[in-house]
Design a protein around this ligand. Structure first.
Ligand SMILES: NC(=O)c1ccc[n+]([C@@H]2O[C@H](COP(=O)([O-])OP(=O)(O)OC[C@H]3O[C@@H](n4cnc5c(N)ncnc54)[C@H](O)[C@@H]3O)[C@@H](O)[C@H]2O)c1
Length: 355
């Protein structure tokens, strides 16, 4: 991991908006880091703010978003509200001159995500989408192996992110869970897919898909398959990456999250016409030690450093927009009986010279 500059720089005065299921994790991490001064927490529900006050007596609480936006002492806002509210709250925070960390996905449409990215850039403010897995030590260990060519050519990846619940009422399972896998795949392979195909079903809530199978095709040939579900008997967080030299299984629920298989198959040159010979290799299995650092803490430090030093956060606004573009393509395919849909290349990606 790259060195963090946060230690020697002044703390960022922060507010957190939304403290339902996920917000408390952001609040806890912000409180534990001395690079933040958590000043206020906002939520529409007074009953949960009572708990925040009793746990963190020095932190102000409010049900009014305006109290946060009009407070000039607050430099940055962390938004952990439902997806359908991300655009309005993030846009208001940027308009108030505040740096923004908005939970994944960045916004509820590509158009809104691109507008937030453009606005932040025009104002010189940091916009960090909360793609927490980009700060996960196992994900970064694998990213390093891919970058160093240790897996060889990547043939394909397949991911399973399934468990029982939590059904969201405002978005499908793709909007809820795919941001994790899509951001990881985008980060590992350094490119966005050309196309997405998706099938799925709304089993419980009418019109809200709670299971989806998404396939992605990347420009350099990698194919990826992502299984997403809120309806499963057991929790799976498992990714398999198959390369020409090695294969990896990343299981985020395991105490040994990364297992590297020195396995492969070789097609030997034919001795005569029509003949082919395959040699299968099953070598050592290695389970490297992985730092137990909490990704959310690293994400918040990156947010601080981006604000104080002007560095580009690893989870950049560009990646946030790209992930939303991938989600939109998958959703369109889902609504069109699995037709292949091109993933739109966001203007921010083209401008950043990423493609
Ligand atoms: N990075 C991760 O691993 C991760 C994990 C879970 C959820 N999330 C993301 O976090 C966000 C929140 O998810 P959740 O499961 O915590 O939702 P939630 O419904 O449990 O909580 C949302 C909270 O926001 C509050 N809220 C809604 N509108 C508001 C407004 N206008 N002003 C102030 N407060 C408002 C609600 O009262 C509620 O307490 C979503 O974007 C979700 O995708 C990220």
């Amino acid at each position: 991991m790259r060195p963090q500059a946060h230690a020697s720089l002044p703390p960022v005065r922060l507010a957190v908006v939304g403290t339902g299921y996920w917000g408390p994790n952001l609040i806890r991490n912000a409180r534990e880091l001395d690079c933040f001064d958590l000043q206020a927490v906002c939520d529409l529900r007074e009953e949960i703010l009572v708990r925040v006050r009793s746990r963190y007596p020095g932190v102000r609480t409010t049900t009014r978003l305006d109290d946060i936006m009009s407070d000039d002492a607050i430099e940055a806002v962390v938004i952990a509200t439902p997806v359908s509210t991300h655009y309005d709250i993030a846009a208001a925070a940027l308009a108030a001159g505040k740096h923004v960390l908005v939970e994944k996905p960045l916004a509820g449409s590509l158009d809104m995500a691109a507008r937030l990215a453009a606005d932040a850039s025009a104002r010189g403010l940091v916009l960090l989408p909360g793609h927490t897995f980009l700060y996960s030590p196992p994900v970064n260990l694998i990213a390093g192996m891919i970058a160093r060519g240790e897996l060889g050519d990547i043939y394909f990846a397949s991911t399973s992110r399934v468990n029982l619940g939590l059904h969201q009422s405002d978005v499908s399972v793709i909007w809820d869970l795919a941001p994790h896998d899509f951001s990881i795949l985008r980060y590992w392979f350094g490119e966005i897919p050309l196309s997405a195909t998706a099938t799925g079903r709304a089993c419980i809530l009418p019109g809200v898909a709670d299971v989806a199978f998404v396939s992605l095709e990347f420009p350099h040939g990698v194919v990826a398959h992502t299984e997403l579900s809120w309806l499963a008997p057991a929790k799976l967080r498992r990714t398999t990456i198959v390369g020409s030299q090695r294969m990896v299984i990343y299981d985020d629920t395991s105490p040994e999250p990364v297992r590297i298989y020195d396995s492969g198959v070789l097609l030997e040159s034919p001795q005569s016409f029509g003949e082919f010979k395959l040699t299968y290799r099953t070598g050592d299995i290695l389970s490297p030690r992985v730092e137990p650092t909490e990704p959310l803490s690293l994400e918040l430090r990156d947010f601080h450093d981006a604000i104080r030093t002007g560095s580009e956060p690893r989870s950049s606004a560009t990646i946030g927009v790209e992930v939303v573009s991938m989600i939109e393509a998958a959703e369109q395919s889902l609504g069109a009986d699995g037709r292949r849909v091109a993933v739109a290349v966001p203007t921010t990606t083209a401008a950043a010279g990423h493609l």
